[in-house]
Design a protein around this ligand. Structure first.
Ligand code: PEP
Ligand code: MG
Length: 326
């Protein structure tokens, strides 16, 4: 089995009916780049920059961040790299030099892009470092925890100011930068038809989207049975987000754990997803699972999946699809 999967390392990613799909890698550590390439990732779909800020007491300066992003881009050898701006909050206050105030409810507090906007110097330092890395290969910026248009506009403004400053300082950076938003707060999924005009791409963070949609902490065992990616409300938001991207002609990737769990692969194909991002250890299994998905038939199942009224009904439809007797 391991050998059979290994042969998929540089195979194309195709469904059973021949539709081309894209599998990107999630990464946190520079060392993960080698595995991403070894498994034939189409690029980095989510680079979590938090690790640069954790387990330390002073913040990484522009050069230190620049070196990390540059090495990442160089390591990917011309494939696109998506760098997510800092997604920290009070839950991790102890381990950062950010001196965050303690909060009773960090998941609903000052985290992600909210924190970046509140700390303009921190945000600008990171943005400059990312933009400087564009001299070495394709890089794009992804913003976490977006819940309103103004957060995207503020980020775009900062990006433009940083780009202008860097050019006037003599840095050779890309001519144009793509900016994307994470869809991981239900408000962003619901308001996406307006928000999508402000971005170049979106990435669905199901880890948080499921948590916030169902009001069930993603890390709390006491409510883990309520944390249900197959809840009809979650399917509705996933489907609306994918369709909204399609209509706007903007790429939609899914970078939460759902992307790496092959039990969800047929569901995501049914809902129209074509771009997945996952820890690189899962890429071969998902490529293998996709090769067994008949996309044409699964797409026809979408209306029934979206009408289903419960987890069990959805699971039964998917089990039927897996057995090939729709
Ligand atoms: C997510 O929320 O699904 C996601 C990819 O981001 P993180 O797990 O870093 O919150
Ligand atoms: Mg998230």
């Amino acid at each position: 089995e391991g050998q059979r999967l290994a042969q998929l390392a540089h195979a194309q990613t195709l469904t059973a009916c021949g539709t081309s799909m894209r599998l990107y890698a999630n990464a946190e550590l520079p060392a993960e780049v080698a595995q991403a390439r070894a498994h034939g990732a189409a690029g980095i779909g989510l680079y979590r920059t938090e690790f640069l800020f954790l387990q330390r007491h002073h913040l990484p300066d522009e050069d230190e961040q620049f070196h990390a992003y540059r090495d990442l881009v160089l390591g990917m050898g011309g494939l696109p790299v998506t760098v997510r701006t800092l997604d920290l909050g009070a839950d991790k206050a102890d381990t950062t030099g950010l001196a965050l105030t303690r909060e009773p409810n960090p998941a609903l507090g000052m985290r992600g892009v909210r924190l970046s906007i509140r700390r303009p110097a921190l945000f600008a330092t990171q943005m400059r470092a990312i933009l400087r890395a564009s001299a070495y290969g394709p890089i794009r910026v992804l913003v976490p925890m977006v819940s309103r248009a103004e957060e995207i506009r503020a980020t775009r403004r900062l990006m433009e100011i940083c780009a202008r400053d860097l050019r006037s300082e003599g840095h050779e950076i890309a001519d144009h930068f793509e900016l994307g938003a994470m869809v991981e707060v239900p408000a962003a999924a619901i308001a996406l038809p307006a928000l999508i005009r402000l971005v170049d791409f979106v990435s669905i963070g199901t880890n948080d989207l499921v948590q916030y949609t169902l009001a069930a902490d993603r890390n709390n065992d006491a409510v883990s049975d309520l944390y249900d990616p197959l809840h009809p409300a979650v399917l509705r938001l996933l489907s609306d987000t994918i369709r909204c991207g399609e209509k706007a002609g903007k790429p939609v990737c899914l970078c939460g754990e759902m992307a790496s769990d092959t039990t969800f692969t047929p569901l995501l194909v049914a809902l129209g997803l074509t771009d997945f991002s996952m820890h690189s250890g899962a890429i071969l299994e998902v490529r293998d699972a996709l090769a067994r998905c008949d996309r044409t038939r699964l797409r026809r199942l979408a209306p029934r999946l979206l009408k289903a009224e419960s987890h069990d009904e959805i699971a039964a439809l998917l089990a039927g699809a897996n057995r090939g007797n729709l």
